[in-house]
Design a protein around this ligand. Structure first.
Ligand code: MG
Length: 242
């Protein structure tokens, strides 16, 4: 079996100024449909969006969908898996610590805060360079102090509230639940930002492959494609080669 992980924003969907308007690129929608019909392939979308936000953006019943960077999953047929079920207390404590500072940053011009419960995204696409530097400085100093992971995406700072959590943890949680065995199965991960890069290293370490869309991250051993159309073509090529 091959298990394919695809990030959503910037990977299956072009980055757009209004994140509420992001949708699957038609070439990727076709590619996902093809993959989901193939008995040799298993497809999972892993997004940092809130679970309820990502679900309607991928209207394909045969595809596994993960929100909150793989904290929560929906399998074909509707069964749900959650990694965070017993971590509510840690989450609550972290939120109480961090939310006042996040609210302060939210007062700056052009800043938009997206609270996704398990993580918080600070969107900076509508702001200027001065405010952006201010946010970058404040966030990194604070993340260092609190030992919190911040992933930098295109025009966004993504703050994970659970220490040690990232897309690699989310993806390997799903792989474990699906009894993926890297001796026999191959793992392919496609993404475009720092949070994905960690999961790409994991995929490559299992003997699998990684595909970077764009040029925002440097992942030795990964294949690079320029956009969604090229991603769909690369996937077809990889399927044809095996
Ligand atoms: Mg992305």
């Amino acid at each position: 079996m091959r298990i394919w992980f695809f990030d959503f924003d910037g990977t299956l969907s072009p980055i757009v100024a209004d994140r509420g308007a992001a949708e699957l690129h038609p070439a990727c929608a076709g590619m996902l449909k093809d993959l989901s019909r193939s008995p040799a392939d298993c497809v999972a979308i892993i997004s940092s969006r809130d679970f309820e936000d990502i679900l309607p953006r991928v209207p394909l019943d045969d595809v596994i969908i993960g929100g909150n960077s793989g904290m929560e999953w929906r399998l074909p047929g509707g069964c749900r898996l959650s990694l965070g079920a017993d971590k509510g207390d840690i989450l609550q404590a972290r939120r109480e610590e961090l939310l006042p500072l996040i609210e302060e940053l939210g007062q700056l011009p052009g800043i938009e805060i997206e609270d996704k419960k398990w993580s918080i995204a600070i969107h900076v696409i509508k702001t200027d360079a001065g405010v952006m530097d201010n946010v970058a400085g404040t966030i990194s100093a604070w993340a260092l102090r609190e030992n919190i992971a911040v992933h930098r995406g295109p025009d966004v700072f993504e703050i994970q509230l659970l220490p040690g959590f990232n897309k690699s943890v989310g993806a390997s949680f799903l792989a474990g639940k699906l009894a993926v065995d890297s001796q026999h199965d191959s793992i392919i991960y496609a993404g475009d930002d720092e949070n994905d890069a960690i999961a790409m290293w994991w995929a490559l370490m299992t003997g699998g492959r990684a595909i970077v869309i764009g040029s925002r991250v440097d992942v030795p051993g990964a294949m690079y494609v320029k956009d969604q159309q090229a991603l769909a073509e690369m996937v077809q090529q990889l399927r044809g080669n095996s």
